[in-house]
Design a protein around this ligand. Structure first.
Ligand code: DGL
Length: 279
């Protein structure tokens, strides 16, 4: 059986890349719901239904564990899926989100300047207040210096492969200005698409700000999870000599496979087969 990676589109590739680097021995199935991206401007019910269909597709592909490599799906749908759907529909499978490992890292990390945290994400993620709630539960003294900004136009630019364009840079500056004014020292990339613009984000927000990319954190947390859960780990296929370049990864999208293939190849650094599915 495999590990499933779910995202509304291409963003989950930034997480998949780090996971495969750290754990190349497993088999992975990536599902991008590109036909419905971005999720961030949709209603909670639509995000829930799309996420459920994508996860179910990954289960049917033989995934024992699915990672919602999408902040929006994690913020809006994860808890409901885990509580209302999974126990009855697939009691022997698991769904993990990506927000808590990032929150735990940020709460405990040391920064040279006073810890003033910025969070950027989709409209649905920011409106869910998930970062406020989860950071507040762990250290409420951080809440007065926690600032959020939704950046709804970045995902369409990234999905279209236009994130290195001048208009994208102008929009990014506009989004980050209020966080810069708050003199943040930590910036959480609360959307898995944003690491594709990380260099630009770092240059706009300033070198002294620690920009937190969820990919590496989620990869480490998956490794720890599998060590703690041998009942899941023992069901995963293993490829002893795989490395990050030869790992067993298959890709599925709900959009036109040719269009997505080019983006995945650009991001993944090699040609890949991408299959289209309609759910
Ligand atoms: N990658 C998704 C996330 O992390 C993209 C958001 C969207 O589809 O709007 O939130």
């Amino acid at each position: 059986m495999s590990v499933g990676i779910f995202d509304s589109g291409l963003g989950g590739l930034t997480v998949l890349k780090q996971i495969v680097k750290l754990l190349p021995q497993y088999a992975y199935v990536y599902f991008g719901d590109n036909a419905h991206a971005p999720y961030g401007d949709r209603s909670e019910d639509r995000i829930y239904e799309f996420t459920k269909s994508g996860v179910e597709f990954l289960f049917r592909q033989g995934c024992v564990l699915v990672i919602l490599a999408c902040n929006t799906a994690t913020a809006v749908a994860l808890r409901r899926l885990q509580q209302e759907w999974l126990p009855a529909a697939y009691p022997d499978r698991r769904i993990l989100g990506i927000i808590l490992p990032v929150v735990e890292t940020v709460v405990t990390m040391k920064v040279k300047r006073p810890k003033r945290i910025g969070v950027i994400g989709s409209r649905a993620t920011i409106q869910s207040n998930v970062y406020f709630k989860e950071i507040g539960k762990r250290d409420s003294s951080l809440l007065p210096a926690l600032f959020q900004k939704s950046c709804p136009l970045l995902v369409p630019f990234i999905e279209e492969g236009m994130h290195k364009s001048i208009p994208a840079a102008m929009i990014l500056k506009h989004y980050l200005r209020p966080l810069k004014q708050k003199q943040i020292s930590v910036l959480i990339l609360g959307c898995t698409h944003y690491p594709m613009m990380k260099k630009k984000i770092q240059s706009v927000i300033g070198k002294s700000v620690a920009v937190i990319d969820p990919g590496i954190i989620v990869a480490r947390s998956l490794k720890q999870y599998l060590a703690r859960h041998p009942e899941i780990d023992s069901r995963l296929e293993r490829y002893q000599h795989a490395d990050e370049y030869s790992a067993n990864v298959s890709f599925f999208t709900t959009d036109i496979a040719e269009k997505i293939k080019a983006s995945i190849a650009r991001f993944w650094g090699r040609k890949t087969d991408v299959r289209r599915v309609s759910l």
